[in-house]
Write a protein that binds this ligand. Structure first.
Ligand code: ATP
Ligand code: MG
Ligand code: MG
Ligand code: MG
Length: 473
């Protein structure tokens, strides 16, 4: 089943059951506590909190999501992307657990024709009701597992709504990992759909521990998320998210540029996936008004671009990689997401400028990094100094995460505490000198602003309006 049909099957199913089809919100959220949209429920937060009454009690969306927290998983698991489309259905004080479970089961087993025997369910450890509902629908007890707070409990802010969740997982078979169900192995038993049952008001306390629940919410709500990429991988019978129709044309572009075939050896496989997957995130972020910068969401974008460039070089691609790969994303997904086409010239120019500036220093920086790795090993140490990481950051524009990744590939760690100290010292110096930005940074920022202005963006939100909480993302 092609992704176009997967999307329409989802939306048709829920619109014919009384859900209002609502467009995706942009990746730059209107919620100031959030760095980037990362779930379908983000745009409905005021409805769930009861601050605003929606015109419709049920909604369905396909939401653009960015999850930088999954960046290191790309290429290392088969199921994580930094950008993905999340299909969701929502009830604002309307239907609850029983219907949410029945809808999910019907759509998966009839709409998408997934084999029932391959579906495994997790429920929150105390949630007898959810387990009973799944059993009544026909799931055998030995394919329902209970998980704790960490995996199967959802909450948002304090005070705020919270409640247990229940997840549907698909058994991809022994080729993907060990037995034991989703509680044991997330690669073989891939999570596809999360159903959140918002029911309680959360009080003070630690998110990961047991936290006090103040009582029932005025209205009980449903929030769900089904990952399009993961479902496409299953329905198209492919091993990972980069070989679905969503990303395959881009993977092909990477193969052409590299002059070699996917997957190659295990390191090349990771690099192929990183370049392919990041190209999509980069195109979508720029289309929604994110521009590269030193912090906030601009830094997320820069980090994705620099990581993709580094992995392209590892594949032997010496010339530009981002213009061709992002162009292939636009070609493949531009019909579904027209903002890609509207902003295609901006995307092209931003990636070309960033790649040019990073390439200038990448070779020298890589040489320095390789030498430092050799030195570290020769000295019998397993940790690269924070001073080296800082020099790479400061002189060569290497995001520290890149240094950490390269060191990890060589079996080393990085003294990140020392790096942090040096970075803080430098920031203090810059502040007291009244010059927080270097001439180079300013010049580059002006270039991007100019590009953006030329392409008629009016909704650029700036780099600075972000909270510390959001940056943790
Ligand atoms: P996982 O445990 O696999 O990291 P999650 O529990 O973090 O997933 P949720 O926050 O429950 O994911 O999001 C709902 C759905 O969105 C998931 O069930 C999955 O199908 C999809 N999803 C989540 N993260 C990713 C990702 N990084 N790439 C692709 N799809 C994702
Ligand atoms: Mg996750
Ligand atoms: Mg999970
Ligand atoms: Mg989940």
């Amino acid at each position: 089943m092609h992704s176009t049909q997967i999307r329409s099957t989802f939306l048709d199913f829920f619109t014919s059951r009384g859900h209002r089809q609502v467009p995706s919100s942009p990746l730059i959220p209107s919620d100031p506590t959030l760095l980037l949209a990362n779930a379908g429920m983000n745009q409905f937060k005021p409805y769930f909190l009861g601050e605003v009454t929606p015109e419709y009690p049920r909604a369905t969306t396909i939401q653009k999501c960015a999850r930088t927290s999954d960046i290191d998983n790309v290429g290392r698991t088969n199921r994580h992307a930094t950008f993905f489309e999340m299909m969701g259905n929502f009830s604002f004080g309307d239907y609850f657990k029983a219907d949410a479970i029945a809808f999910a089961w019907e759509l998966l087993t009839q709409g998408y024709q997934l084999e029932k025997d391959r579906l495994w369910i997790t429920v929150y450890e105390d949630d007898d009701e959810a387990e009973q509902l799944w059993r009544r629908i026909g799931v055998p007890a030995d394919r329902i597992q209970r998980l704790g707070m960490e995996d199967n409990y959802w909450s948002m802010g304090v005070p705020g709504p919270c409640g247990p969740c229940s997840e549907v997982n698909y058994d991809r078979g022994p080729a993907f990992g060990g037995e034991g169900g989703p509680a044991v192995d997330g690669e073989r038993y891939m999570e596809i759909w999360n159903l959140v049952f918002m029911q309680y008001q959360r009080g003070e306390g630690d998110r990961k521990g047991d936290f006090p629940v103040l009582g029932e919410l005025a209205q009980r709500s449903i929030d769900t998320g089904l990952g399009l990429d993961r479902l496409a991988a299953i329905l198209q019978g492919v091993g990972n998210v980069c070989t679905t129709d969503l990303l395959l044309p881009t993977l092909k572009t990477v193969q052409e540029l590299a002059g070699r075939d996917y997957p190659g050896n295990s390191e090349q496989k990771v690099s192929f996936q990183v370049v392919t997957e990041h190209a999509r995130s980069i195109a979508f972020l720029i289309a929604d008004g994110v521009l590269p910068s030193k912090d906030g969401r601009g830094y997320v974008l820069r980090r994705l671009m620099r990581r993709a460039i580094r992995h392209a070089r590892l594949l032997g691609i010496d010339g530009p990689v981002l213009p061709a790969t992002t162009a292939s994303v636009i070609g493949n997904l531009g019909d579904v997401w027209p903002e890609l086409r509207t902003q295609s010239a901006l995307i092209e120019q931003v990636v070309a400028a960033e790649e040019e500036s990073f390439t200038r220093t990448l070779t020298q920086g890589t040489r320095l990094l390789d030498a430092a790795i050799t030195r570290t090993r020769t000295a019998g140490s397993t940790s690269l100094t924070g001073d080296t990481a800082f020099e790479l950051h400061d002189t060569y524009g290497f995001p520290v995460e890149l240094t950490v990744e390269a060191a990890r590939d060589a079996g080393l760690t990085v003294d990140e505490d020392r790096f942090a100290t040096l970075l803080t010292e430098q920031q203090e110096r810059a502040k007291s000198g009244g010059k927080a930005k270097t001439a180079e940074a300013l010049r580059r920022q002006d270039t991007y602003r100019e590009l953006s202005a030329r392409h008629g963006r009016t909704d650029f939100v700036g780099y600075d309006r972000l909270t510390a909480e959001a940056i943790v993302l």
